[in-house]
Design a protein around this ligand. Sequence first.
Ligand code: FIX
Ligand code: ZN
Length: 420
Amino acid sequence: MVSTVMASERQRSALAKRVETIVANAPVFDIHTHLYDPAFRELLLWGIDDLLTYHYLVAEAFRQLDLPAEKFWSLTKSQRADLIWDALFVRHSPISEACRGVLTTLNLLGLEVKKRDLPSLRRWFAGQKFEKHLARCLELSRVERICMTNSPFDDLERQVWGKGFPRDKRFVAALRIDPLLLDWPRTAGRLAGWGYDVGGKLSPAVAHEVRRFLRDWTRRIDAKYLMVSLPPEFSFPGQTNGARLIEQAVLPHCRESGLPFALMLGVKRAVNPQLGLAGDGVGRSDLEALQNLCAGFPENRFLATVLSRENQHELCVLARKFRNLHIFGCWWFTNVPLVAEEMTRMRLELLGLSVTPQQSDARVLDQLVYKWSHFREILSRALTAKYSDLTRTGWEPTAPEIQRDVKDLFGGAFERFCGM
Ligand code: FIX
Ligand code: ZN
């Protein structure tokens, strides 16, 4: 009896080791980030000051700091980084997920964190050659390909696309269209300025011009999908400009170009505008809107992630009903081990392997290192538990089968869904 228990314990730890090794080494297609092709130069953030001034840390630092927000924003990036370092790493232990992420990154880059020596960390980063550092971050995170978030409405970014540049094969594009769907009156003015005939009320002729705009940008950037983030109150169908534009322009364009439409649901923008990017919040979405899209437009494919923990179970059930829906990522506030582990297990249990459980959402190149290292730990645990359940039935997953499964989770299922 004792020896049977020991044998099964040994088998379990051998399985855990096997899964861990496969997950640790599997290459990733990071399907949603805020990183840029190096041709965008300073738009691609990297280094210690950008790591420390990440908006996740700004939000946490404001809880400890008492200086007014205007004062904080009037400081240079390095001065802000100093304040955040002092508030979150020196005066308190850095146990939050975002703080831990900085330390995981530095540690895996080979830096000594225990000295708590910010000036020496800065000196190390200042000595790095960018191209080499990029290659190192990709190697450490095992990220093979990165999807950017590309907005024609961002003036800096638009200029770079306008000039043209040789594309770096490691970076692919996604067309982000929030202003089009959330602020039509202002966006119409901008489109008109760029030569699209969109004067007057929304009409079939205007929708036709919006489609022309989407076609032009899809081609220009070679977009792999279109995407938008939406507030909790988003509903569809509806008489809002956003809902009408989705129906009359975005979905027809996606059908014509064969691209999926990604919806990121549940963000409440600027809950505290004083915090800038750190001031956005979360609310529970009405997923009936997504259900209506999937059911009403079977020729379209939808990618979806939701920000509220309370929506996660409902989203999985929805994906079981519609094969034109693919769910992805533990987005933003859900990307903490407690919630990410719960979501990942729930998704595996309800959807098997037809899901893309994570995206990094990295805004700073170096963050790829921690975001993927932390998620690989979570995925290893979740998969080991699932495969162990199988072994108890006598079904023993082989190493090639596990490799195949992990490949699907790390971008393979996504590519198939998108027809890439
Ligand atoms: O809308 C998004 O793509 C979000 O991911 C961002 O707006 C957000 O600021 C972020 O960086 C979350 O990780
Ligand atoms: Zn994002």
